[in-house]
Design a protein around this ligand. Structure first.
Ligand code: NAD
Ligand code: GLY
Length: 357
């Protein structure tokens, strides 16, 4: 097992990464302070892993809630199902919530923990590659609104993150690829050496080579932990984690949540950010091709869907959470391995990227 720490003073917490961790109660119990627990999962993950997790919790009064599965259920209405389950089971302020599943369950479970009786303990138990490398770490929690992704939520850190890489054995190939989009992101924004490693090892990752996956997850969590420790509330460098996301969220919202997976939209959005960076004179054509080739190796889209018009992109992008005082901030690549937040990009260059689509 490997351990990393998200350094946040007295709210610091560990990330455990390894195989068979769901069967190790000693990893869970130090972070459960009261005598009751509730496991939030969904109708796909519960039949696979709920029983295994519950076996760690026999010393507690344990209950569970299984949500409907899908990004389209990441709503305030479905969030209320968690609160109802918690009230029906008499969860109190000392109850610990365990979010067992992908990023949707993690974001919703975390938001439920942030707001139930004004805040209770929670543990992230991610089961998709995307949630292992990104969403379970850093405390961004919330739900979508019909008009925008992740528009309602809170920063709320877990007690710990328990990553059992064995759970990836049941994940679909499409979801594995979606997770790789966020792994590639770390290389592009801050680690050119990791990017070279990814180029050389993408075939192994796609074949679920356990050592390669463990390395990619560790490196990704290390990057995420560093950025969160430096800028928990995203007033500066944490925003770099949003490379490709302003374009990507527009794709997800316009296409209807769940039709394009988050990682797929981020891949196509990152290529658009790279194209804009090229128009700014920061990236060469070869650099843009390099970005595309990484996503192609991971079987991810490099073109946005034709259905999203430039006007639709702009409508959604103007509501992005990085808009400040009405000014849109975009994450661009100054060079491969170095991202910047920019609000002085050439608007005509942005139009040209959107029009090309
Ligand atoms: P997801 O949660 O929808 O999971 C993908 C699919 O895999 C679902 O159908 C799920 O039921 C299934 N699944 C989960 N674990 C499985 C397993 N082990 N075996 C078989 N099937 C399994 O999607 P995701 O890609 O994990 O997460 C995407 C979400 O994460 C988006 O809502 C996105 O906005 C959010 N996100 C949040 C952050 C953050 O910092 N909080 C960061 C990135 C993404
Ligand atoms: N996934 C972006 C962030 O956590 O900041």
């Amino acid at each position: 097992m490997q351990t990393l720490t998200v350094e946040l003073g007295d709210r610091s917490y560990p990330i455990y990464i390894g195989t068979g961790l769901l069967k190790r109660p000693e990893l869970f119990t130090p972070f459960i302070h009261g005598n009751s627990t509730i496991v939030v999962s969904n109708e796909t993950v519960a039949p696979l892993y709920l029983k295994t997790v519950q076996e760690n919790l026999t010393a507690y009064k344990n209950s569970d809630v299984a949500l409907p599965d899908g990004e389209n259920f990441k709503t305030l209405e479905v969030l209320n199902q968690i609160f109802t389950g918690m009230l029906e089971n008499h969860c109190d302020r000392r109850t610990t919530l365990l979010a067992l599943g992908g990023g949707v369950v993690g974001d919703m479970g975390g938001f439920a923990a942030a707001s139930y009786q004004r805040g209770i303990n929670f543990i992230q138990v991610p089961t998709t590659l995307l949630s292992m490398v990104d969403s379970s770490v850093g405390g961004k929690t919330g739900v979508n609104h019909a008009m925008g992704k992740n528009m309602i939520g809170a920063f709320y850190q877990p007690q710990c993150v328990i990553i059992d890489t064995e759970t990836l054995s049941t994940l679909s190939d499409r979801e594995l690829s979606a997770g790789l989009a966020e792994v590639i992101k770390y290389g592009l924004i801050r680690d050119p050496e990791f990017l070279v490693w990814l180029q050389e090892n993408m075939t192994k990752l796609m074949a679920r080579d356990p050592e390669a996956l463990a390395y990619a997850i560790y490196q990704s969590c290390q990057h995420k932990a560093d950025l969160v420790a430096a800028d928990e509330r995203e007033t500066g460098q944490r925003a770099l984690l949003n490379l490709g996301h302003t374009f990507g969220h527009a794709i997800e919202t316009e296409m209807g949540y769940g039709n394009w997976l988050h990682g797929e939209a981020v891949a196509a959005g990152t290529v658009m950010a790279a194209e804009l960076s090229q128009k700014m004179g920061w990236l060469s054509e070869a650099d843009v091709e390099l970005v595309k080739s990484l996503f192609v190796l991971a079987k991810l889209p490099v073109e946005p869907p034709a259905e999203v018009s430039p006007q639709a992109f702009m409508k959604h992008m103007k509501r992005d959470k990085k808009v400040q005082d009405g000014v849109m901030n975009l994450i661009l690549l100054r060079k491969i391995g170095e991202a910047v937040t920019s609000n002085d990009y050439d608007p005509q260059a942005l139009d040209a990227v959107l029009e090309r689509v």
